[in-house]
Design a protein around this ligand. Structure first.
Ligand SMILES: C[S@@+](CC[C@H](N)C(=O)[O-])C[C@H]1O[C@@H](n2cnc3c(N)ncnc32)[C@H](O)[C@@H]1O
Length: 276
């Protein structure tokens, strides 16, 4: 059976936790910067917010970048797995904890809570956003940044038999076995959870992120190339474990789907993108 080093012995979180995945997460951070035109966030942060929480910090790259340009902020990067560097800036600390459990931080405490790409991990978005609200200080900003786990196409170059649709159909089915329902993800889904938790002044930004170098404009062609690099190992990171372990598919079959998807993405004949 396919196995890459996992982040969590209980397999609560199904993505691998090895050097390949850490490199992918750092490249994904670069992709996020391209999407946000070089910014680390959309929230209109002024000066250095005193207390900042980065939820599901991964390699800690966002927390470190934020801490380096906000030396007056105290940044906590929290993750289920201790995969962050031991060297950090003096104002950045990493903690190992499970954000799906009761948060032990002070209530009304954080001035900025940032949560990016934890969609493949959080089962109960109602509870997650309620805990954010309880632990946010009055006037704080909370930023959720998630991507669709599905690809779209605006010009009919993606046939209904596209390997991308096959792949995401399997991934959706696999994740739903973990009670993670990625087809629900939409700006309306996240907005309604934030509203129900009590947040106000909610702003939604939606971006199309190309897979492959098919866009004509220089900016999006570059973004598509970087996205391909993220997805080159990401397709396997998400797909192999999900299809073999959760759906019981033979490794050879799952691997063939992943390989064909990567090949199709690099050929860039299907003008596909995901929504962020
Ligand atoms: C796809 S990575 C995103 C990393 C980072 N946010 C970024 O944008 O670079 C998702 C991270 O969420 C963490 N995670 C998953 N479930 C979690 C939980 N219940 N509590 C805390 N962290 C969790 C994983 O260990 C992983 O590092």
């Amino acid at each position: 059976m396919y196995h890459r080093k996992s982040s969590d012995e209980n397999e609560q979180y199904f993505l691998p936790a090895d050097e390949t995945e850490f490199d992918r997460l750092d490249m994904a951070h670069h992709l996020q910067l391209l999407i946000l035109d070089g910014e680390l966030h959309k929230a209109p942060i002024q000066n250095d917010p005193a207390n900042v929480l980065d939820c599901g910090t991964g390699t800690g790259i966002w927390a470190l970048d934020f801490g380096s340009i906000h030396p007056g902020s105290k940044v906590i990067g929290v993750d289920l797995a201790p995969n962050q560097p031991t060297w950090t800036y003096p104002n950045v600390v990493f903690e190992t904890d499970d954000l799906e459990k009761e948060w032990t931080y002070q209530k009304n405490h954080f001035d900025f809570i940032h949560s990016r790409m934890v969609g493949s991990a959080i089962r109960d978005w109602g509870r997650y956003t309620r805990q954010m609200y309880e632990h946010a200080a009055p006037g704080a900003y909370v930023e959720l940044s998630e991507h669709s786990m599905w690809t779209y196409c605006d010009d009919n170059t993606q046939p209904p038999t596209s390997i991308s649709l096959t792949y995401f159909t399997h991934l959706t089915a696999a994740l739903s076995k973990l009670n993670i329902h990625t087809r629900d993800f939409s700006s309306r889904f996240f907005r309604s959870h934030l509203e129900a938790a009590g947040f106000v002044d909610i702003q939604v930004f939606v971006y199309k992120v190309p897979w492959g170098t098919w866009p004509k404009s220089r900016k999006f062609k570059h973004m598509g190339a970087v996205c391909s690099e993220v997805c080159r190992t990401g397709i396997e990171a998400y797909g192999l474990m999900a299809m073999t372990r959760l759906l019981g598919m033979e490794e050879s079959e799952a691997r063939a789907i992943c390989t064909e998807f990567v090949d199709t993405m690099y050929k860039a004949k299907e003008h596909i993108y995901h929504l962020q």
